[in-house]
Design a binder for this molecule. Structure first.
Ligand SMILES: N[C@@H](CCC[C@H](N)C(=O)O)C(=O)O
Length: 278
């Protein structure tokens, strides 16, 4: 276990999963420290550390740990598949195990290390009711009344999935930002553009709520796989080619399993000046 604060400054780790990058703060054994202001300051890639999401680990009775997520704009997220996989890798190494149980805003989740080294997390059942996703009014989530008839899927956070001929050709920043704040999504939304590139293989580009364009999004990969299977475009086991590399999704009876690589990049300590921003 890393010394996350015993000496000077608050310790942190930098990790990524397929290029979706995270600051991880281990607050087990003490109170949570994160605030919207500190998350925003640390998320600044010029004046802070820089990340797509920040994950804070907390103690939790009845599970190995609890996990909270923050986007780089300081907003909270109910789910983050890739950060969950990264933190589970760290905790599995710390506990000397190949399986862990954690609690997030979504509820209790399970993760395992596969024999090929990839880390898998069961992200739970998809949310397919308009009120759960949530949408602002009662419409059919499989085909939203927006240009391109995207599908809405909740994975503990909202996603709006467009199936397009060529995901490369999409103006991701322009369209992503516009859809993120469409009034149909009362809590804003993550936005996915997917094209079928082979049997059970999709090219996927993502605009994340609160973070903008990212190289990969685990919950977005799950939401896209669920939407693709529901439209009959793929089976329930899919590979998603993201800018940062492939992620695997397997929609099973017990939930949507997300698998992919994890990387531990470096550790550091925040200065008192940075902590004063909390
Ligand atoms: N990168 C993520 C999703 C992070 C949260 C998202 N931006 C939100 O606000 O819902 C993932 O890997 O799932």
């Amino acid at each position: 276990m890393m010394d996350m604060g015993a000496t000077s400054g608050l310790g942190f780790m930098k990790m990524h999963g397929a290029g979706n990058d995270f600051v991880v703060i281990d607050s087990r054994g003490r109170g949570a420290v994160m605030s919207a202001g500190l998350a925003r300051a640390l998320g600044d890639r010029h004046r802070g550390v820089g990340f797509d999401q920040l994950a804070e680990i907390r103690d939790h009775e009845g599970a190995d740990f609890a996990l909270d997520f923050w986007n780089s704009d300081g907003s909270r997220a109910g789910a983050c598949g890739n950060a969950t996989r990264c933190v589970c890798d760290y905790i599995m190494r710390d506990l000397g195990r190949d399986a862990v149980a954690l609690v997030t805003a979504r509820g209790r989740l399970h993760a395992v290390r596969r024999t090929d080294g990839l880390v898998s997390v069961n992200m739970g059942a998809p949310q397919l009711l308009w009120s759960e996703i949530p949408l602002a009014r009662e419409v059919v989530p499989d085909s939203l009344p927006l240009a391109g008839a995207p599908a809405a899927v909740g994975m503990g956070n909202p996603h709006c999935v467009f199936f397009v001929e060529d995901a490369e050709a999409v103006d991701l920043a322009g369209q992503g930002a516009a859809v993120e704040t469409d009034p149909l999504f009362p809590e804003r939304t993550n936005v996915e553009f997917a094209s079928l590139i082979g049997p059970d293989r999709l090219r996927l580009r993502v605009w994340e709520r609160g973070a903008g364009i990212t190289l990969a999004c685990g919950s977005g990969a799950c939401a896209t796989a669920v939407a693709a299977a529901r439209r009959g475009l793929t089976g329930r086991q899919v590979v998603l080619e993201m800018d940062g590399g492939p992620l695997e999704v397997d929609w099973r009876e017990d939930g949507v399993w997300l698998s992919g690589p994890v990387a531990h990049v470096f550790e550091g300590r925040l200065s008192p000046a940075m902590m004063a921003l909390a």
